[in-house]
Design a protein around this ligand. Structure first.
Ligand SMILES: [Zn+2]
Length: 406
């Protein structure tokens, strides 16, 4: 089976996760794909296959018999679920062969068009075969491209016993899109020296830096009085909330930042005169700057509490941390991926992630885990697409990493 055959098979499974669920997997349907993959691992002759009740599937490609010196055990990981942002049910993919650089009509009746004007990245893939949606669902390249690439690379190594390699572990996990992919991941059982998630975007992407992240809730207590008799009595929680929001630097918002610039992002606000609440997420790659941001929130809270005694309560919840501090001491993990890409004719693009990854959480659980491209673009929506050639490159990169690990 080619990587494309596998990809098309996997996206026929609806595996949308659900952020409101309290179970793992968050949706039972993710288990169906996990079971299908388990059967595929069995038919490939993999060993140490385990699928737990939370839909974490692990398997082993045993080392070549003639391997003299044992080499480090490397893992490859992808996630089963697709984003809750858009339906992944009844995906009807189309393949645009030998793409000519023009508009791609995804859906004639609804006039949904994938255009290089809106998405100039398309022009980097002229002449390639591009898999698209019919405009009514997401595609699921995030991250079924990753799963297809890992399975195809494993199959390739089985078919080519002349390529000597060490022990390889693979894992597929649920619920990455709701931030829980790593939470029940048994790092000890996986038992690898390091791993890579195949969950990046454009061909060449290699990521090992992500945000430090926290969520902040600002709760404001007001005092409501009949507006006709409010003089010197009323305290309007909504206005205090606006004052709070106004004290944060407007240039440090997601819409004004890029690269290594951090931000405060107001994700929600609700208010009456009586009470108000602001929800923020705070992000920064730099740990010291990140701490300073949290301090800033505390200082504003303290100041406003002197103006409006005890009106404001600040709750900060740490979310995840930058994996760079874990990965960087093992620089060879990065170098190995870079060399594997170059050998596959792929130019590495090393970029800080403006978000988090499962790999970051896994890194802090003791499994250093950079993220490699899976090849798809426009994740989480109807314009998602993936070039066949990018998936093929990813397969080569996996094979090369395994080859070069000695
Ligand atoms: Zn993903």
């Amino acid at each position: 089976m080619t990587v494309t055959d596998r990809f098309l098979k996997y996206i026929s499974f609806d595996t949308q996760s659900d952020e409101n669920a309290t179970t793992t997997p968050s949706t039972e349907k993710q288990m169906l794909l996990a079971q299908a993959l388990k059967a595929e691992c069995e038919s490939l002759g993999l060993t140490e296959i385990s699928l737990d009740e939370n839909a974490y599937l692990m398997a082993t490609l045993p080392p070549s018999p003639s391997t003299v010196d044992p080499v480090p055990v490397i893992g490859f990981i992808a996630h089963l679920d697709t984003s809750p942002d858009m339906s992944g049910a009844n995906v009807k993919p189309g393949i645009v062969e030998n793409y000519d650089g023009k508009n791609i009509v995804l859906n004639e009746t609804e006039n949904i068009i994938l255009s290089p004007k809106m998405f100039p990245e398309l022009l980097e893939h002229v002449g390639e075969d591009i898999i698209v949606t019919d405009g009514t669902t997401l595609l699921g390249a995030d991250d079924k491209a990753g799963i297809a690439e890992i399975m195809t690379a494993i199959q390739y190594l089985i078919n080519h016993p002349e390529i000597k390699h060490g022990k390889i572990r693979i894992a597929f996990n649920p619920d990455e899109e709701i931030g829980l992919g790593a939470s029940k991941f048994d790092v000890e059982k996986f038992s690898c020296d390091w791993a890579y998630t195949m969950d990046g975007g454009e061909v060449g992407e290699l990521e090992y830096e992500n945000f430090n992240a926290a969520a902040a809730k600002v709760k404001i207590k007001g005092l409501n009085v009949h507006p006709g008799y409010a003089k010197d009595k009323m305290r309007n929680a909504g206005l205090i909330a606006m004052q709070f929001a106004g004290m944060l630097p407007p240039q440090e918002r997601p819409e004004h930042t890029a690269g290594y610039e951090g931000f405060f992002h107001l994700t929600g606000m609700k208010s009456t005169v009586e009470e108000a609440e602001l929800s923020y997420i705070v992000r920064d790659h730099d740990a010291a700057k990140f701490e300073r941001r949290l301090k800033q929130l505390e200082e504003i809270t303290r100041y406003l509490n002197t103006v409006y005694p005890d009106a404001i309560q600040l709750e900060i919840k740490q979310q995840y941390r930058n994996m760079r501090e874990i990965v960087e001491p093992h620089k060879h993990i990065i170098d190995l991926a870079i060399n594997a890409m170059k050998e596959a004719g792929v130019t590495p693009i090393v970029r800080p992630i403006r978000g988090g990854t499962d790999g970051a959480q896994l890194s802090f659980k003791g499994l250093p885990c950079p993220n490699i491209f899976a090849g798809g673009l426009n994740f989480h929506g109807r314009y998602e697409w993936v070039p066949v050639q990018s998936m093929e490159k990813a397969v080569q990169v996996i094979v090369n990493i395994i080859k070069l690990n000695r």
